[in-house]
Design a protein around this ligand. Structure first.
Ligand code: RIB
Ligand code: CA
Length: 312
């Protein structure tokens, strides 16, 4: 069953992303899940420049047959600072060199404006907003329309490193480091936030056999997934961005802890550092984030494979 046949019963979801290979797998996981009704994809500068991440998102949606789901391109750089902070973990093209056709155009509206419009037009508390790249678009939407992020049911955010070292600096995870001011604005927005930091995504480990098994599906999506993941796993064998989407499908795969979270956005050695205070029996504890800190990796990998196996 594909998305369109079950969309009216499905959870309305928007994914903000920076494809990126683990983003691409998260998009395929969502596309293969009839429980999820993708309303739109918004893209941001992150792993690669926003022009690249936008065309990559369009290619992945077209690969999955989701030609009607719009892609809105967003922020070209962080709120503070003049240059986008990219990386080459996903290759120059952001998809590990895997060539994919692009069959539909990128929409003309800016992602931040699209997020404001879509959240304003939807029933309050209905849309699940998944954010798996730097948070520039979400912060811009919040600055354009204060309170707009609270209209989402939840924000499911991949980012931060709470009790573990960072992956781009010793103290910072890439998505928070790439736009730390945006991350702090979003964490303080008052929205219901479920965070998937490196603490949990470091447990989402892909094996070479699991990656190779996608080629055995005998489908265009399986073959593309195997090729992209093979390239990506050489540098980062972790399924960061699939975690928030898997949580939408099976939240019990994850263990969670409440915490007070703020992000250091000041330029310097701790830029992008996520300062988390976990629950202590002290008065005045006011958590703003539910942080996922454990995952059943075996079940997670099985879920991702099962859902992507439904695609052609
Ligand atoms: O730190 C991991 C995050 O940075 C993932 O979202 C990956 O795609 C990159 O954006
Ligand atoms: Ca990402």
């Amino acid at each position: 069953m594909n998305q369109t046949t079950s969309q009216h019963h499905a959870i309305p979801v928007i994914i903000d992303c920076d494809p990126g290979i683990d983003d691409a797998l998260a998009l395929l996981l969502a596309a293969g899940s009839s429980e999820i009704g993708l309303r739109a994809i918004t893209t941001v500068a992150g792993n690669r420049p926003v022009q690249t991440t936008s065309h990559n998102a369009r290619k992945i949606l077209d690969l999955a047959g989701l030609h009607e789901v719009p892609v809105y391109a967003g922020a070209q750089r962080p709120l503070y600072g003049s240059e986008a902070r990219c990386n080459l973990v996903h290759g120059e093209d952001g998809l590990g060199g895997v060539q994919l056709p692009e069959q539909r155009p990128i929409a003309g509206e800016h992602a931040a404006n699209a997020l404001v419009r879509l959240l304003q037009d939807a029933e309050a508390g209905s849309i699940e907003l998944v954010a798996i790249g730097p948070l520039s678009n979400l912060a811009m939407a919040e600055l354009l329309a204060p309170g707009i992020l609270r209209r989402a049911r939840r924000l499911l955010v991949m980012g931060g490193a709470l009790r573990v070292p960072g992956n781009i600096t010793p103290t910072a995870e890439f998505n928070f480091y790439a736009d730390p001011l945006a991350a702090d604005i979003v964490m303080r927005s008052g929205a219901q936030i479920v965070l998937f930091p490196l603490d949990v995504t470091h447990q989402a480990i892909m094996s070479a056999d699991w990656i190779a098994s996608f080629a055995g599906l005998g489908t265009r999506c399986g073959t593309a997934a195997a090729a992209m993941l093979k390239a990506y796993a050489e540098l980062d064998p972790l399924l960061h961005d699939a975690c928030p989407v898997a949580y939408l499908l099976q939240p019990r795969l994850f263990g969670e802890e409440a915490c007070e979270l703020q992000v250091d956005w000041r330029p310097g050695a701790t830029e992008g550092y996520a300062l988390a205070r976990f629950f202590h029996k002290r008065r005045g504890f006011a958590p703003n984030v539910q942080a996922a800190t454990t995952v059943d990796n075996h079940a997670l990998l099985a879920l991702v494979k099962q859902k992507i196996d439904t695609l052609s």
